[in-house]
Each structure stands twice: as C-alpha cells, then as structure tokens.
Design a protein around this ligand. Structure first.
Ligand code: DGJ
Length: 302
C-alpha cells in the first residue's frame, strides 16, 4: 500500500524522482518516466510489475545524452547559452509498433527564461533508454508548454499542449513514426488557460483533465469529454475539490489486467521542487459515465 503525498522510494531505498511523468506498459513491465532535476539528469525511468515496487532503471535523458537532428530543424542543445541546464518538463513516452522505437515527447525551456515554449522529442530502441535527443521546436510556430501524449488502439497518436502563452490547448496528430507533428486537429478552451493535460478513453468516450494555470500552486481540476478526439468537446466541468486535493494531473494509468483507471498526479512543492510528491487516486464512473474523483490517504493499485 502506498501513502499518498508521502516520500516514495525505489527498491534501492532512494527517493523516486518521476515528476510530471508518464507510464508505459512494455515487455511485461510498467515503466514510469518523469522529471528528475538532480545533478545532470533530466528524465529518470523506473519499472515495476506490481505498480507498487519501483526499480530504478537509469536516466533516460541527461545533459550528456546523445543528440541527432531529425528531418525538421530543431534545437538540439541540452545545455543553455550560459552553460547551465535547460528545463525539461512533463516527459511522456509511447511505443511505436511500426518502427519498434520508444518515443518521448516533452516540454522544453532554455533554463534561463520561460519563453522558448517548445516541444522536444527523443527516441530509444529500449524502454529504459538511453534516449537520443532529437531536439525541440515550436509546432507550426506555436508555443508549446504543458503537454501529454495519447495513443489510439489503431496505433495513431496525439500530442496535446498548451499554446498562446497557455491560453489555448492544441491537439496535434503525430506522424506515423511519432517523431513529428502531422496536423493540428483541434484547438480547445480558448482563453481558459488550462494546463497539465491528461487524457483517458473509456467505453468510447475521451476524458480530458486539465488544471488552471497557477504556477506550482494547486487549483480546481476540470474535465471535458468527447466521442472523437477531434471533437466536438464538451464544456469544462469541475472534478475533485477546489485544489484537486492539492494535486495537478500528470497522467492516467490504465492497469492491463483489471482495466482499472487511476489519476496519477503531482503534489508540487513550489519552495523545494525536489521534495514534490505523488498522489494516485482511483478514477471511477457513475452510471451516466461521469468521472468521480475522491481522496484516499492510502492506495493499492490493482
Ligand atoms: C505548472 C506546470 O503544470 C508545471 O509543469 C510547471 O511548469 C509549473 N507550472 C511551473 O510553474
């Protein structure tokens, strides 16, 4: 059993740093990727078979990761103009069945100011990396900040990110190899400043959860629904309490065997980023397919 908001440790006894993260089921394991801002690391990866005990598998992306430029012009710098670390947030990873590659998308800032607002891409032959960084860019010139990835059953995939200084949220379909953006399919919530997108599909309905934009401070999570990813999307509805139990969405976890869905979130510590914690809550649905989220101190993921 895990205690929500407590310090969570890996099987070596070290603190788990997988903030703003994502999980992928591959080769019989759940892989948990997330931000790790210690030392030269950007993204760490852990794996588990029971979703309770996490083995540290290494750093998927660091200041010293290999870089390669892909067909679009990207900025492949992993250190900034001052020689310091850039800022990598909300890494998400999908497996591409056509290319056999693991593809990571993330939010990239230059570590000096917050104006780059770019999306970054990295690729690996194995789920636990090391990943090769293919650089960052602004999709069709758009700003791109908080983001998520979503994969359909047919293998098509979507990248969703906050644009126009976070005022809008754009849904992009990825190219077949997941290494580039193909087309923007929808622009949502214009002027509503939604961030931290997390998307799950259940029984033909898409549920898109987002937070409001208040830096590291928690706020009211809201969700919209659609029957197709392109929309039409519903208006936003509140879920959870006014601070979403002091959390911000990271991603949804759907358990392979049970099909149970969990809301996986960050409880940020704005004063000491490294002491940010995790909260995982079951996402349930009423008889009209409306999602329900309530707080529980202790959680067993089944
Ligand atoms: C909220 C975002 O959701 C986080 O990923 C991070 O960018 C913080 N803002 C920074 O203030």
């Amino acid at each position: 059993m895990l205690t929500n908001g407590a310090i969570w440790r890996d099987t070596d006894g070290n603190i788990i740093h997988a903030h703003g993260g994502h999980m992928l089921f591959a080769q019989g394991y759940y892989y948990w990727y997330g931000e790790n801002r210690t030392n030269d690391t950007y993204v760490s990866v852990y794996r588990s078979t029971d979703l309770m005990h996490w083995e540290y598998r290494g750093d998927a992306l660091t200041t010293g990761s290999k870089t390669d430029s892909y067909r679009v012009r990207t900025d492949t710098s992993l250190v900034n103009a001052r020689g310091g670390k850039i800022n990598i947030e909300r890494p998400k990873v999908l497996y591409n069945g056509k290319t056999g590659k693991y593809v990571m998308w993330m939010h990239v800032e230059n570590g000096i100011d917050y104006h780059q607002a770019a999306c970054g891409v990295a690729v690996s032959d194995t789920p636990d990396g090391a990943f090769t960084y293919l650089g960052c860019f602004n999709p069709f010139g758009e700003m791109s900040r908080d983001c998520t990835l979503f994969q359909e059953e047919d293998g098509s995939a979507y990248f969703i990110s906050a644009a126009r200084d976070n005022a809008d949220l754009v849904i992009y379909r990825l190219s077949e190899d997941y290494l580039n953006i193909d087309v923007a399919v929808q622009r949502l919530f214009q002027g509503e400043y939604r961030e931290a997108p997390a998307l799950v599909k259940r029984e033909g309905i898409y549920y898109l959860f987002t937070s409001f934009c208040t830096g590291w401070d928690p706020n009211q999570c809201r969700y919209a629904t659609a029957k197709a990813i392109e929309g039409p999307w519903s208006m936003l509805t509140d879920i959870g309490d006014a601070t979403t139990f002091d959390t911000q969405p990271a991603f949804f976890l759907t358990v392979q065997e049970s099909g149970n869905i969990y809301y996986v979130s960050d409880r940020w510590n704005g004063k000491d980023y490294h002491d940010s914690r995790y909260v995982i809550l079951p996402l349930t649905f009423d008889d009209q397919a409306r999602p329900q989220l309530s707080f529980t101190d202790r959680i067993t993921i089944v």
